[in-house]
Each structure stands twice: as C-alpha cells, then as structure tokens.
Design a protein around this ligand. Structure first.
Ligand SMILES: Nc1ncnc2c1ncn2[C@@H]1O[C@H](COP(=O)(O)OP(=O)(O)O)[C@@H](O)[C@H]1O
Ligand code: SF4
Ligand SMILES: [Mg+2]
Length: 392
C-alpha cells in the first residue's frame, strides 16, 4: 500500500519541480601529461630521507567527543564587504559514526570543513571564533607543527573533484603512498606494496597492474577511490568527504557511498559526509546537521530527520527528494536562492524563502533549540507541531 508522502504534505504552496538534476561527469583532462618533469616511482624526493614521525595518537577521553566543533565563525574580507560565511556552527562526531552535513550550495559547508582541516587561505578568510576540539585539544590554538601532524594523519579529507586534486604527472600508487613516504619515511618498495594494499581496500580491481597508471587512465569513480585510498593511507581517525560523489553518475555515487560506509565500519573511523543532496546520505548517515547561510538550522538522527523534519528548510529539502513510492507525484522545490553572505537578512536568514514566515521571523534570529529528545534541535521560532497546525 502506498504511504502518504509526509514531506510533500509539510511543504505548502510550492511549485512542482519535475526533474532530479544529475551532475554530468567532468570531462577528462590530462593537463601536464607531456610535462618533461613528470615524475614516477623513481623520482627522487627529499621525503625519502625523512625519519618516521612519532605520531601522537589521539583518542577521545571519556565524556568528550572525538571531534567537537563549537561555535565556529569564519568571515572573508571581500570587495563587497565582510562575507559572514560560517556563523556559529557546532557539531560533533565520534569513532565509528557518520555525520552528514547538508545544505544547498553556498551554505558554508566546505569553508567549515576547511577550517576544521586548517587549510583555509588566511587572508582572505579569518577565523573569528570558536573551537575545533580534537580529542579535547583545540586545533585552532595549537602550534603549526601540531596542526600539520593532525592534518592528513589524524583528520583527512576527500574532495569533490578527484581529477584536479590528483597530480596528473605522477602514477596513482606513488600519490597514494606519498604521505607514507614523506611522513613515515618508508622505502619505495614498501610504499608501493602499501599502495597496492590500499587500492585493494578501496576495491580498485587489478590493483597490482594499475598501481603505476596515471590518473587520466582511471574512470571518475575509480579516481575517487584513489582519492579515498590516499586519504586513508595514514589511517586517520576522522575522514571528511566533501561532496565526494557530486561529479559521478548515480550508480557510481551509490557504490562510493557504500564503500565509505564499509570503510568507516571496518576502520572504526568517524566519517563526516558533506553534501547538498539528502538523497545520497539517507542510507549511510547516523546523524544529520543541516546548514543554511552559515548556521546550523536543524540537527537530528537520520531517522527522525526523515520522518519528522522540524525546520521549514529541512522540510523543503526533503520535499525535493524523489521517492520511489511516489512516482507520478510532482517534486517541490524551495523558491528563491540562499542569501549572499555579505548581506544575510536580519532575523531568521531563511525568512524570505519560508512559507511559514511571520513578522517576528524578520526581526529576531531564532536560536538552535533542543526539541524533546536529546541531540535533536531546530533553529525556528516555531516548534514542529505549530508548523503542522498551520498546514491543517
Ligand atoms: N575565498 C573566498 N573568498 C570570498 N568568499 C568566499 C571564499 N570562499 C568561499 N566564499 C564564500 O563562502 C560561501 C560558502 O562557501 P562554501 O563553504 O564553499 O559553500 P558550500 O560548500 O556549502 O557550497 C560562498 O558562497 C562564498 O560566497
Ligand atoms: S523562524 Fe520563521 S522564517 Fe525562520 S524557518 Fe522558522 S518560520 Fe520560517
Ligand atoms: Mg562545498
């Protein structure tokens, strides 16, 4: 029996959006392929002589989260004024857990991740406040050496565009094992062996035959697996995957998500999945943090968020996710576009797009407020029952 679609019921008066946009795969680029300086397994590097680092092993102490981001604020100085891109974002993640950070393009997800990784260009970015606690240690205040040690070794990141993130002039195995050579000082033969093992781990077929191939010789999905292998080389405790499947077709998207979920479980990592697409994380996320205009507007476990989204923005996002049990029903989309971070509206930043908006929404910014159960919260002046009542 077909169930009514709660999301469509909860999103009033929006025009139907008829199609589910798919992102085209990026065109293959082989920039630098003819570069006479291109390297390979025999390329000498100063890193060969680097002694193994005595990496400090970070574990969460009891009662604290492995990674705990608190009230993070990031601004950019731009010609149009100050862009307030991350405005007090908080979230946490623990070993073996998957947190999805969800929001439309421009909501500050990548800048948040870059601030956590310590890879923001400053200037123009300025971290105005907050804490990034990793095993209780605030990464925003540690020494540059400690920051470098954590980055890549303990917290690693996979980017959306594997083709531009990989160096076209080095074999993939060489790139996968780069960190092992430079940071752990392991020799070439061992590094190559480890690269093959890592390629096996991310399920790249015929890894021993392909370890010396170049990035352009791989498909988009296989290149993303190479990126994941590279990120996992140092066995990080936290893996941040920023739109890891956006450039891939839907079948490959699902395979990469399955792979990430499997690796997260096998390696007992904390996984942070950043996406604009709620559809791709439904099966793999444990908890979801929804961002809008650089703020967290809703956070909940994945089941609660899908079954009873509290915030109007989340309801709008869910109404635009196609459902197999609702063929023939039109999809809804949220009207308008996210605000420019140099001109975020007063009051609730979502009010120009929100069908529930009232006068108070234009005046006062709603705080992220806990709803009933622990660890579920929404930044809306109205509780979900009040929103539902206004639909009736
Ligand atoms: N280098 C930069 N200079 C100025 N503004 C930037 C810069 N990088 C990002 N931004 C601003 O931050 C906003 C959020 O960016 P981003 O975190 O990449 O969004 P998301 O990942 O959610 O799509 C962008 O809309 C842009 O206005
Ligand atoms: S506070 Fe008002 S404008 Fe903002 S989401 Fe809630 S109802 Fe909509
Ligand atoms: Mg992004």
């Amino acid at each position: 029996m077909t169930q009514p679609n709660p999301y469509q019921q909860q999103w009033p008066g929006q025009p139907a959006a008829q199609q589910w946009p798919e992102q085209p795969a990026p065109a293959p680029v082989v920039a630098g392929w003819d570069d006479p300086n291109r390297g390979g397994w025999d390329t000498p590097t100063a890193a060969w002589s680097t002694p193994p680092s005595r990496a400090r092993v970070t574990q969460p102490r009891s009662g604290e989260h492995l990674l705990d981001v608190r009230d993070l604020r990031v601004e950019f100085d731009t010609r149009d004024g100050v862009a307030r891109v991350v405005n007090g974002v908080s979230f946490h993640v623990d070993p073996g857990e998957t947190l999805a950070i969800l929001g439309e393009s421009g909501s500050g997800k990548s800048v948040t991740a870059q601030a956590v990784m310590g890879i923001l260009d400053t200037p123009p970015a300025v971290v105005r406040g907050g804490q990034v606690l990793f095993g209780g240690e605030d990464l925003l205040t540690v020494s540059p050496d400690r920051r470098r040690q954590v980055r890549g070794q303990e917290i690693a990141m996979v980017f959306q565009d594997a083709l531009s993130a990989l160096n076209p002039v080095f074999p993939v195995g060489w790139q996968i094992s780069e960190a092992l050579r430079s940071r752990r000082g392991i020799g070439k033969a061992d590094a190559r062996r480890r690269a093959i093992e890592l390629m096996d781990m991310v399920q790249i077929p015929a890894s021993a035959d392909r370890v010396d191939d170049y990035p352009h010789e791989f498909s988009g999905g296989m290149r993303q697996r190479v990126m994941i292998a590279m990120a996992l080389a140092m066995r990080p405790k936290v893996l941040i995957a920023d739109e890891p499947t956006t450039a891939l077709d839907v079948t490959v998207q699902a395979q990469i998500m399955d792979l990430l979920a499997t690796l997260r479980a096998e390696l007992e990592m904390a996984l942070i999945l950043i996406t604009h697409d709620l559809g791709v994380v439904a099966d793999v996320a444990d908890r979801i943090t929804v961002m809008y205009a650089g703020r967290v507007v809703e956070q909940a476990d994945v089941h609660t968020l899908y079954a009873s989204p509290a915030h109007p923005y989340t309801r709008g996002l869910l109404a635009s996710v196609p459902r197999l049990d609702h063929r023939g029903h039109g999809l809804h989309s949220i009207s308008g576009t996210p605000p420019n971070p140099t001109a975020i509206p007063d009051g609730c930043a979502f009010h120009p797009r929100c069908p529930w908006a009232q006068q108070m929404c234009r005046m006062t910014s709603p705080a992220l407020t806990r709803i009933g159960r622990l660890d579920r919260a929404s930044a809306c002046h109205f509780p979900p029952e009040a929103l539902d009542a206004r639909l009736a």
